[in-house]
Design a protein around this ligand. Structure first.
Ligand code: ADP
Ligand code: MG
Length: 647
C-alpha cells in the first residue's frame, strides 16, 4: 500500500528514479492541479462568506463546486490503487469526503479535499527540492567541448570526444571532460566537484575534472575519460544509486505504516458500529467520528519525513565533497564509535618525495631510478607517483615497463629492459631473497634516517634503494581532534609501512594506537579486533591494499581523488578531496540524520496519538484532522530539509 498522502510517492524512493516520464506527469499535475486547488480555495472562501451573510444555497453550491474541482486527482489515484488491490490514503480520503457529503456536511467535505490537496502539493515540493539538490550536481559539466586538432578548433558535443583528444578550456569556462593538462597554467575552482574552497593551481601533467571552473589561464587538456566515465558522472550515478537503497530505519518506518493504516481502519469501523449498536448512540455522530479517525489514519508525516531526510543528507554530503553510496551507510556512519586510518595516501601523501637514491654493487643511481620509474609508471600508489615525478625532474628517461603487476602491501613488478624488474619493501625483498649485504647496509642507513626504503631489483638481484620522506597531512591532526570532540572513543593507524614510521606518524597526528608491517589480511584482522573492543568501525583508506579492510569495516571510506578505483568501488563512502576533515563531517551528518528521523517519527506519532483520542472522544472535526496532518507533514519536512544546510 502506498501510504503517504501524495500519489506521487508510489514508493518514497522514487525520488531518485524520476525519469522523464515521471517528470512530465509532475509538470502536468502541477499546472492543472495547482490551478484547481487555487480555484477551490477561492470557492470555499466564497462559500464561508455566503453562509455568514445568510445565503445557504449559494454557499452549498460554492462548496460543491470546490469539491468537484479538488476531488478528481485523489479519486483517480484511489481508483488505481483499488484496482491494484490495495487500500491507499487516497481511498480513505474519498470515503471520508463521501461520508461527509452523505451527512450533509458540505463545508467539512470541501475543506477536507482541499487541505488534502495542499498536503500533497507540499509533499511533492519537498521531495523535488531534495531531488533538485542532487540534480544540480549533474548539470555541472558543459554539453560541448572545443576540440583542437590539425584542422583547427571546433565545438563538438562532449559525447563525441574521445580519450586522447586535445580540448581547449578557455579562461572562466567550465571544464567539459576529465583530462590532464597538456599545456598552459591556471588555477581551477574545484569546489563544484570536490567541495574544496580554494582554487587549485594546475600545470602541465595535472589532472582536471569535468564540472570544475577554470580561472584566468587557457588550458589545453588531453582527455583521459569519455564523458560518461568522468569523475562527475561517476559521482552522480553513485548518488542516484544511493537513493534507491533503503536505510534500515526507513524500512522500519514503512513496515510500521503498513500495519498502522489497517489498524486505524478497523478501529474506525468499530467506532462507527459499536457505540450505536451496543449503547444506542446516535449513528450520525459516531459515523462522523469514525470518518475523522479515517483521516487521521494517513501516516503521511511519518512516511515522507524519512526519505526526505536521507535525500537531503546525501545532497548535503555531496556538496561538501563527500559521496555516500546509500541511506544505510549514512545510518551506520551515525553509529560509528571507532575510526581506523591507513597511512600512505590517506594520513600522508601530499608531501611524499624521494630523498635518497642509493645504488649498490657498481650500478649507477640513474639506472636504479630508471628501473624504478619504469615499473612505477603503471602504478596508482602514491609512492609510485612520487618516484616517477622525481625521475622526470632529474631528467632520467622514463620508459614504460610491460607486464605490470601490483603486489598490494608489498610493491610492484614489471618487465623492463628485457628482464624482470621489481620495487617494494624490505620485507618483499627478503621474501624473494633478493637482498645482498651491501643492499642491507644501505637499507639500514635509510631507516635510521627515519625514511621509508623502497628497494629496487633488476634481473633477480637488488640494485639499489630509494629513501622516501613522508609527512602527515595537516588536515589529519585536525580531523582526529574533531573526531574525538564528536565522541569517537578509539582512533587507530593501520599501515603496510614499517612500524617505526607508523609510530612516528602516530605521534604527529595523535592516534590511540598504531600498527605497521600489515598486509591486506592483517588490516582486516585489526578492523575485526577494533569492532569487538570498541564497537562499529569506519576505515579510511586509499589503496588496493586497503580494499579488503574497507569492505570489512562497518563503513569503508575511500580517498576519492587520490585513491584507487578499487578502493572507490569497495568503499561505502568516497571523499572527493584529500581534506580529512570530511571524515568527521560525514560522521556528524550521519548522526544528525538519524536524530532527525527519530525526532520526526516522535512528532508524527505524538500528533497522531492525540488525534486518535480526540476523534474518538468527538473533540476533533474532519478538517482539523486534515489540517493537523498537513501541519505535521510540513513540520517534519522542514525539519528534514534543514539537513541540506549541514556543513
Ligand atoms: P599503507 O598501508 O600505509 O597505505 P601500503 O600497504 O600501500 O602502505 O604499502 C606498504 C609498503 O609497501 C610501502 O611502505 C612500500 O614500502 C611498499 N609498496 C607498496 N606499493 C609500492 C609501490 N607501488 N612502489 C614501491 N613500494 C611499494
Ligand atoms: Mg595507502
Amino acid at each position: 500500500m502506498s501510504d503517504c498522502c501524495g500519489g506521487a510517492c508510489h514508493a518514497p524512493t522514487a525520488v531518485g528514479h524520476a525519469g522523464s516520464e515521471h517528470a512530465h506527469g509532475h509538470r502536468f499535475w502541477k499546472s492543472t492541479g495547482t490551478l484547481a486547488l487555487v480555484a477551490a480555495g477561492v470557492l470555499i472562501a466564497a462559500g464561508v462568506l455566503a453562509s455568514v451573510s445568510d445565503a445557504p444555497a449559494v454557499s452549498t453550491v460554492a462548496y460543491l463546486l470546490a469539491i468537484a474541482l479538488a476531488i478528481p486527482a485523489p479519486a483517480g489515484r484511489a481508483w488505481r490503487s483499488l484496482r491494484a488491490r490495495s487500500l491507499d490514503i487516497n481511498a480513505l480520503m474519498v470515503v471520508a469526503v463521501a461520508g461527509a457529503i452523505a451527512l450533509g456536511e458540505w463545508f467539512e467535505a470541501s475543506t477536507v479535499v482541499w487541505l488534502f490537496g495542499i498536503a500533497q502539493l507540499l509533499e511533492r515540493w519537498s521531495q523535488q527540492r531534495a531531488r533538485r539538490a542532487i540534480r544540480d550536481l549533474m548539470t555541472l559539466a558543459p554539453a560541448t567541448a572545443v576540440v583542437r586538432d590539425a584542422a583547427g578548433d571546433r565545438e563538438v558535443p562532449v559525447d563525441h570526444v574521445h580519450v586522447g583528444d586535445r580540448i581547449l578550456v578557455r579562461p572562466g569556462a567550465r571544464v567539459p571532460l576529465d583530462g590532464t593538462v597538456a599545456s598552459g597554467y591556471s588555477a581551477i575552482d574545484q569546489s563544484p566537484v570536490t567541495g574544496e574552497s580554494w582554487p587549485v593551481d594546475k600545470a602541465p601533467g595535472d589532472q582536471v575534472y569535468a564540472g570544475t571552473i577554470n580561472g584566468s589561464g587557457a588550458l589545453e587538456v588531453e582527455v583521459t575519460h569519455v564523458a560518461a566515465d568522468s569523475t562527475l558522472a561517476r559521482i552522480t550515478t553513485l548518488v542516484e544509486q544511493a537513493q534507491a537503497q533503503r536505510a534500515p530505519i526507513q524500512q522500519w518506518v514503512d513496515r510500521f505504516a503498513r500495519r498502522y493504516t489497517p489498524a486505524v481502519i478497523l478501529l474506525a469501523i468499530a467506532l462507527a458500529l459499536v457505540p450505536p449498536l451496543v449503547a444506542g448512540g446516535d449513528a450520525a455522530t459516531w459515523v462522523y467520528r469514525a470518518l475523522t479517525l479515517l483521516v487521521v489514519a494517513c501516516p503521511c508525516a511519518l512516511v515522507i519525513s524519512t526519505p526526505v531526510s536521507i535525500v537531503a543528507a546525501l545532497a548535503a554530503a555531496a556538496r561538501g565533497g563527500v559521496l555516500i553510496k546509500g541511506g544505510a551507510h549514512l545510518e551506520r556512519l551515525g553509529a560509528v564509535t571507532c575510526v581506523a586510518f591507513d597511512k600512505t595516501g590517506t594520513l600522508t601523501g601530499d608531501s611524499l618525495g624521494v630523498a635518497d637514491v642509493r645504488a649498490v654493487d657498481g650500478t649507477s643511481a640513474d639506472r636504479v631510478l630508471a628501473a624504478a620509474a619504469a615499473i612505477e609508471q603503471s602504478s596508482e600508489h602514491p609512492i609510485a607517483r612520487a618516484i616517477v615525478a622525481y625521475a622526470r625532474a632529474a631528467n632520467v628517461p622514463v620508459d614504460a615497463g610491460s607486464d605490470f603487476r601490483a603486489l598490494p602491501g608489498f610493491g610492484a613488478e614489471a618487465t623492463y629492459a628485457g628482464t624482470e624488474a621489481i620495487v617494494g619493501s624490505h620485507r618483499l625483498f627478503e621474501e624473494r631473497q633478493l637482498c645482498t649485504p651491501s643492499l642491507h647496509a644501505e637499507v639500514e642507513e635509510i631507516e635510521e634516517a627515519g625514511r621509508t626504503p623502497v628497494l629496487v631489483g633488476l634481473g633477480g638481484t637488488g640494485i639499489g634503494v630509494l629513501g622516501m620522506i613522508d609527512e602527515a597531512r595537516d588536515s589529519g591532526r585536525l580531523a582526529i581532534e574533531s573526531l574525538r570532540a564528536a565522541g569517537i572513543s578509539r582512533v587507530a593507524l593501520l599501515t603496510g609501512d614499517r612500524s617505526a614510521v607508523a609510530s612516528q606518524i602516530a605521534d604527529q597526528v595523535g592516534v590511540d594506537e598504531a600498527h605497521g608491517d600489515l598486509l591486506p589480511p592483517d588490516k582486516v584482522a585489526h578492523i575485526e579486533r577494533l569492532r569487538r573492543g570498541h564497537g562499529p568501525v569506519a576505515m579510511v583508506g586509499d589503496g588496493i591494499n586497503d580494499a579488503p579492510a574497507l569492505a570489512a569495516a562497518d563503513v569503508g571510506i575511500a580517498m576519492g581523488v587520490s585513491g584507487t578505483d578499487v578502493a572507490l568501488e569497495t568503499a561505502d563512502v568516497a571523499l572527493l578531496t584529500n581534506d580529512l576533515s570530511s571524515v568527521p563531517f560525514a560522521l556528524r551528518l550521519g548522526r544528525a540524520t538519524v536524530r532527525r528521523i527519530r525526532s520526526n517519527v516522535a512528532i508524527a506519532l505524538a500528533l497522531k496519538g492525540a488525534f486518535v483520542v480526540a476523534a474518538a472522544a468527538g473533540l476533533a472535526t474532519l478538517w482539523m484532522a486534515v489540517l493537523a496532518d498537513t501541519g505535521a507533514s510540513l513540520l517534519v519536512t522542514a525539519n528534514s530539509l534543514r539537513l541540506l544546510r549541514a556543513r
